[in-house]
Design a binder for this molecule. Structure first.
Ligand SMILES: NC(=O)CC[C@H](N)C(=O)O
Length: 381
């Protein structure tokens, strides 16, 4: 006899998927996106930019390498839940300290296995990122109509400022010292640049990457004012990734970013930071149909035509048509032509939509951190 389903995914249009629940029980209401990465599920689940989203993985074997404390991008999982094709198996990896299921349970996040993730991904591509309710009940009791109603009632990410939920409560100095890849990437250079990183939901590996090129990083909360930033007397300002709608967070962040640009210091932004820098320079952002979430997104660098294989995680994008004169488009997605990078002409003010710290292939875009450091070196003369 087939097992009774213990998880239920209800889409707002009434489509229902049944499967096996794991991790925490309960109900999560969120937007649903698909991620095509074959590795990095722990980093994905703990990336603050995934707040308000359930992630379905197109790669069928998720959980094989377990979890470990070093791969967390923040203290807690931030994605609202995860959906996989096969149930996670026992981990097999020398770095694993726990298995995915108990890690998820201990952090209050819902998992669902046994789902036809190809069908689900097709639905996302066709209808745009749907609003969903994901339920896990070990007894398998579901009120499906109520779940559909919850999915319908979800307001969605447009207009939502989520940075406030995931930013640090207080400023702090990034002082991790022990971390490095075997090939030396990530080895810290002696700090020579004082950098303020504004934390809209920063991933740890970004702060680590800044430290690796000689930045002494002070992290400030998302609501930091221009005076808070200037009080640190930084050599450069970094604008982090983060969840939600850039236009909503931009209401308070963009005026601060504009002042930073006007002050003449080098400014570097990633993802949400990129989107809000673009807004500060006069551009607009728009919601995408189903966004870009994966570890093999090709991007063309305009200055020399080089193709970078990048990690991406975004549901909004900078409208390239809205870029004002004097703002160059430096990178373009080879999947759909969407904007992936900008630079203020002749100034060390630049940003990318993708994640150069995520090193999917393996370190293609880490040069951006070097360029930020070089811009600060150039200012010191
Ligand atoms: N990774 C990010 O910073 C995501 C930015 C923004 N929340 C988006 O979805 O587009």
């Amino acid at each position: 006899m087939p097992q009774k389903p213990t998880a239920c995914l209800a889409l707002a249009d009434g489509t229902i998927f049944m499967g096996r629940g794991f991790g925490a029980s309960g109900v999560a209401v969120a937007e649903l996106c698909f991620n095509t990465a074959m590795t990095g599920y722990q980093e994905i689940m703990t990336d603050p930019s995934y707040a308000g989203q359930v992630v379905t993985f197109t790669f069928p074997h998720i959980g094989n390498t377990g979890v470990n404390p070093e791969d967390d991008e923040t203290t807690d999982p931030v994605a609202a839940g995860m959906i996989v094709k096969w149930d996670p198996t026992d981990p097999s990896n020398w770095r694993a300290t726990s298995d995915l299921e108990s890690w998820l349970a201990s952090r209050g996040r819902i998992g669902m296995g046994g789902v036809d993730t190809r069908r689900l991904t097709r639905a996302i591509r066709q209808q745009g990122a749907p609003h969903v309710a994901l339920a896990h009940d070990p007894d398998g009791n579901f009120d499906i109509e109520a779940l559909v109603a919850k999915a319908r009632a979800f307001a969605g990410l447009v207009g939502m400022d989520l940075a406030g939920q995931v930013t640090c409560a207080q400023s702090y100095r990034w002082n991790e010292t022990k971390w490095a890849w075997p090939d030396g990437f990530g080895t810290q250079e002696a700090p020579r640049h004082k950098v303020v990183a504004i934390d809209y939901g920063a991933k740890r590996n970004i702060l680590r990457s800044l430290a690796s090129v000689g930045c002494d990083v002070t992290v400030l909360p998302a609501t930091a004012t221009a005076e808070d930033v200037k009080a640190q007397n930084p050599d450069g300002v970094f604008l982090s990734n983060g969840p939600g709608d850039p236009a909503a967070t931009g209401e308070y962040a963009v005026p601060v970013i504009r002042e930073m640009v006007d002050s003449g210091v080098p400014v570097f932004g990633i993802c949400l930071g990129h989107q809000m820098l673009a807004m500060a320079l006069g551009a607009k952002t728009i919601k995408m149909n189903h966004g870009h979430h994966g570890a093999n997104h090709p991007v063309r660098r305009s200055r020399d035509g080089k193709v970078e294989i990048t990690s991406m995680n975004h549901g909004f994008t900078v409208d390239a048509q809205s870029l004002p004169e004097g703002v160059e488009e430096t990178h373009v997605s080879l999947f759909d032509g969407s904007n992936c990078g900008i630079r203020l002409s002749g100034r060390p003010v630049f940003s990318v939509q993708y994640h150069p710290e995520a090193s999917p292939g393996p370190h293609d875009s880490a040069y951006l951190f070097d360029e930020f450091a070089a811009a600060m070196d150039a200012r010191h003369g």
